[in-house]
Design a protein around this ligand. Sequence first.
Ligand SMILES: CC(C)(COP(=O)(O)OP(=O)(O)OC[C@H]1O[C@@H](n2cnc3c(N)ncnc32)[C@H](O)[C@@H]1OP(=O)(O)O)[C@@H](O)C(=O)NCCC(=O)NCCS
Length: 162
Amino acid sequence: MPDFTIDALQPTDKGWVLEWIAEEWGAPQVVAHDRVYQPHRLPGFAARRGGEPVGLITFSMEGKDCELVTLNSRLPNRGVATALIDALEALARQAGCKRVWLITTNDNLRALAFYQKRGYRISRVDRGAVERARRIKPDIPQVGQEGIPLRDELELEKDLAG
Ligand SMILES: CC(C)(COP(=O)(O)OP(=O)(O)OC[C@H]1O[C@@H](n2cnc3c(N)ncnc32)[C@H](O)[C@@H]1OP(=O)(O)O)[C@@H](O)C(=O)NCCC(=O)NCCS
């Protein structure tokens, strides 16, 4: 049995969501596919243990598409991120979405493995997208995880009908 719960974000969660995003992504806003998001203004789900947040997913629904905007877990390898993505997919299905899609970066090997093992497939590679994002958010580092030059965006998607 997991020792955490999953629930939809409420307006009262905005404060800690803003702090988390700034801590995890270097600023309160995130830039993906040339678009600026303010995740604390987006809908999402929280994972909580003993009432304290241990995971966060935010998303944006447009028509039949559901974009996973951010996913973070502070309780590694306990199923937190899996439970959050399951909650998002269930909601997206209920809402009539045909797919969930997301952007990650070329250095994020852990995320690439995580998503692919959960049915997501690479649908697009945007070479140089992070270099463009850096013009909007100059503090995006030049070198990402594992010393990999941080340059490109990868789009992954999961067909909810499949
Ligand atoms: C990628 C990330 C979201 C994964 O979060 P997580 O909570 O550790 O993920 P989970 O626990 O659900 O799954 C991780 C592994 O733990 C294992 N696991 C899950 N539940 C478990 C349990 N109860 N006991 C032991 N292991 C477990 C899973 O098998 C999984 O391995 P797999 O991917 O090989 O199947 C997290 O590392 C993170 O926040 N990264 C930084 C931000 C980021 O890159 N976000 C994604 C890009 S948008």
